[in-house]
Design a protein around this ligand. Structure first.
Ligand code: SF4
Length: 750
């Protein structure tokens, strides 16, 4: 029984316009490229397309992917690439879904290529090793000239055509600064980043300054990527996380999945995985080609089968290794030594350390959110315990962020911080848990906020424990803010010495700055911060209000008190989660025309922002609605519910513009709360208000059911995402049966 191929790397041009010294095609043992046609001939493309179509039909494949590769594929030229795509689509469209991709160095990418790629649905990956210094280390022209500016221009072109932008491929060089590389890549907002370990074997080992230099380099990036909330898909890290959970890997670089990829060269020859070129001259050859052999014949080749044997195909050392389920012995090529692949990877020590590190972190996350909790949250509700678990998991995220700041923080501030953490952890945690501390930390890592604010956090914790303070702290916007404690207004400069003694808080050498303690709003025994001073709170979709006058703060209290009573009385199923997770209410500036506006920010767990609405019931609705976003954001911090590199756009029934998948998921989850609000409201009001409630319930129920269907059909949900959306859908479909005319159709597929 053979394993069918699903990915085809098609060499369309066998030369390159760059002379990168880490390139496996030209700079390593296999020199077979010298004898091949420069560009693939049309009749060869015809045979390739026919062979793939034959293979698809024989195995009933629903999807295959073809990567147009080289050398440098764009050297094939506009018309040739267009013709190749036309031939492939003509042969395969209608038989299966065909994913077309091109992997390029980018230097020739122009508008015409982009038009061709858009016309044929070709997604573009660009090879880029990081910032200018990193990229110039290897990716140069034969003359030694840098290719960086041209590559960046290509990426910018793709950023204007998001539907074409597949991501960036970075070859690791541990001589580069990992954070500089990560930041340079992340700044280009790629849907996906691939980190590629340099091609090497035991006979030609990689350059390294320590035994685990590659692991250390990648772990530094992993930590930062986690701290940033995983802004792009990183296939290597996600594959380790996925395999740890028993899900398939996304890359041949790790995992035990059988390889389903074959290379077809410009002369139509089938070749094994391209990277084998580094092992020995002729290593990738199969002796088969598209003119004489069907793909099934190649699939039975010993070299193909060797990469499909999973655990059984690994060395004895790997088979007994505790991380083999995720590592899988690494890339096949990296196992080569003295004529045999029966060895662990030449990167074994790195892989062991990297996999162990990510597994430790992943276990921490999955302990924080077991499936029972996830299922409960997926109904749209979630108990107090479920929300507390989310809050605890946020603590891990915050800790990772703060740890990432250590190299930037002043030594004495860091020591003070560490001391507070040791001696007064609970108080420090309460300050760190303030929603806008994470907003600051993320901005700080991006260079947008001052790292000196770490001292303000430490000082706030010290004041909360009753300690005296004399400490240089950050001034932002003419104020010294101490999160969860209060703000000194009317302070000049960037840094001042804060002095707190016997409950009096002031600034050394400053004529009496104005002190405003943090205010709260409360109802019964429940109170939350009314945040109108934190300098990092302006991270919401709408502008925040300035410092509230006394009567404005009183108006918020007047609205909150009955709104919370209403939530506790009519929406107890939401009250418990809100009480466990909502810590902060941030006033927004009033919107034009008195429109109700409200918002949450992904980095600000526990905060809901709103402009003061006209009545308490509306405030109750806004709190319920927005807290749904808070909960789901925290779930997404921990779990991949969808493919983060997916760029599809979807109709949301409540908006005119198309939404990315995450936006649709967020909106749908939030509208479960809105639907439930009106569902209960129907029974609490009378007359015209009841008619309104009935109408709103029917409207939001229909919208939410339709949106869950769109999500389920997107094809971009992960298995855990499918499970989550299925439960969301069950919730609203059950409610929809309460609508007039549907009550007697309990099993209707709505
Ligand atoms: S870490 Fe080393 S021994 Fe373990 S599976 Fe990977 S390559 Fe093999």
């Amino acid at each position: 029984m053979i394993t069918p191929f699903r990915q085809f790397v098609l060499k369309v041009h066998s030369r390159c316009d760059l002379a990168c010294d880490h390139c496996y095609v030209y700079e390593h043992a296999d020199q077979s490229w010298r004898g091949r046609p420069k560009v693939i001939a049309p009749h060869t493309v015809d045979r390739v397309a026919a062979r793939i179509a034959e293979h698809v039909t024989r195995h009933g494949l629903e999807r295959v992917d073809v990567v147009l590769h080289g050398g440098e594929p764009l050297l094939a030229g506009h018309e040739r690439l267009s013709a190749i795509a036309t031939t492939l689509r003509a042969a395969l469209d209608g038989h299966c879904r065909l994913g077309l991709h091109v992997q390029t160095n980018g230097v020739r990418l122009d508008d015409r290529f982009c038009e061709i790629f858009a016309e044929h649905g070709i997604r573009v990956g660009i090879s880029l090793d990081g910032d200018r210094a990193a990229n110039d280390r290897h990716r140069r022209y034969a003359s030694g000239r840098s290719s960086y500016d041209q590559v960046i221009r290509a990426v910018e072109r793709l950023r204007g055509r998001r539907e074409l932008y597949a991501g960036l491929l970075c070859t690791v060089d541990v001589a580069n600064d990992p954070i500089a590389v990560y930041e340079a890549l992340a700044a280009l907002r790629p849907p996906r980043i691939d980190f590629l370990l340099p091609y090497a074997t035991w006979d030609a080992p990689p350059e390294r300054h320590s035994e685990t230099a590659y692991a250390d380099w990648l772990i530094t990036i992993f930590e930062r990527w986690e701290a940033d909330g995983r802004p792009a898909s990183v296939r290597l890290f996600e594959s380790i996380v996925r395999t740890t959970r028993g899900e398939p890997s996304l890359t041949e670089a790790v995992g035990l999945e059988p390889s389903t990829m074959i290379v077809i060269d410009t002369d139509g020859a089938y070749e094994l995985v391209d990277s084998l070129k580094v092992a020995y001259d002729g290593a990738p050859a199969t002796g088969h080609d598209v003119f004489r052999h069907a793909l099934d014949e190649v699939a039975a080749h010993p070299g193909v089968l060797a990469r499909q044997r999973g655990l059984e195909g690994l060395s004895a050392t790997c088979r007994e290794c505790p991380v083999v389920g995720s590592c899988g012995g690494g890339l096949y090529t990296h196992r080569f030594r003295a004529g045999s692949f029966d060895h662990p990877s030449v990167y074994c020590a790195d892989l062991f350390k990297l996999v162990s590190h990510i597994q430790d972190r992943t276990k921490m996350s999955s302990h924080a959110i077991p499936y029972a909790c996830l299922d409960s949250l997926a109904t749209g509700l979630g108990s107090a315990d479920d929300v507390r678990l989310l809050a605890q998991a946020q603590r891990s995220v915050r800790r990772a962020l703060i740890a990432a700041l250590r190299p930037r923080a002043a030594g004495e501030v860091w020591e003070l911080f560490a001391r507070m953490d040791q001696d007064h952890r609970d108080e420090l945690e309460q300050v760190l848990a303030h929603p806008y501390v994470r907003v600051w930390a993320v901005g700080c890592l991006r260079g947008e906020h001052p790292v000196t604010y770490l001292a303000n956090i430490a000082a706030a914790a010290m004041i909360r424990t009753g300690q005296d303070v004399e400490l240089p702290v950050a001034v932002i916007g003419g104020a010294v803010h101490l999160p969860t404690v209060g703000t000194l207004h009317g302070v000049g400069g960037d840094t001042v010495t804060l002095v707190a003694r016997s409950g009096r808080i002031t600034v050394a050498g400053h004529p009496a700055p104005e002190w405003h303690a943090v205010r709260t709003v409360s109802s019964g025994d429940y109170s939350i911060v009314l945040e109108d001073a934190d300098p990092h709170r302006d991270c919401h979709q709408w502008p925040t209000a300035g410092r509230l006058a006394q009567h404005e703060a009183a108006a918020w209290q007047e609205a909150f008190e009955p709104a919370w009573r209403l939530i506790e009385k009519e929406y107890p199923q939401y009250a418990q989660g809100l009480r466990a997770g909502l810590t902060t209410l941030t006033p927004l500036a009033p919107a034009s025309g008195g429109r109700d506006v409200s918002s949450t920010a992904r980095q600000a767990f526990g905060a809901v922002a709103a402009a003061l609405p006209a009545d308490p019931a509306t405030l109750a609705l806004l709190l319920i609605h927005e807290f749904q976003h808070v909960k789901l954001g925290a779930v997404i911090d921990l779990l991949d519910l969808f493919d983060r590199s997916h760029t599809g756009l979807y109709h949301a029934p409540w908006r005119e513009d198309l939404r990315p998948l995450e936006g649709l998921l967020q909106g749908t989850y939030a509208h479960i709360g809105v639907t439930d609000f009106w569902r209960a409201r129907r029974h609490a009001v009378h007359g015209a208000d009841r008619d309104t409630a009935e109408r709103e319930f029917a409207r939001w129920c229909g919208h939410t059911v339709a949106a869950t269907e769109t999500l389920a059909a997107s094809g971009a949900l992960t298995p855990v995402g499918e499970r989550f959306v299925a439960r969301m859908r069950e919730t609203v479909v059950a409610w929809q049966r309460e609508l007039p005319g549907l009550a007697d159709r309990p099993n209707t597929a709505i």
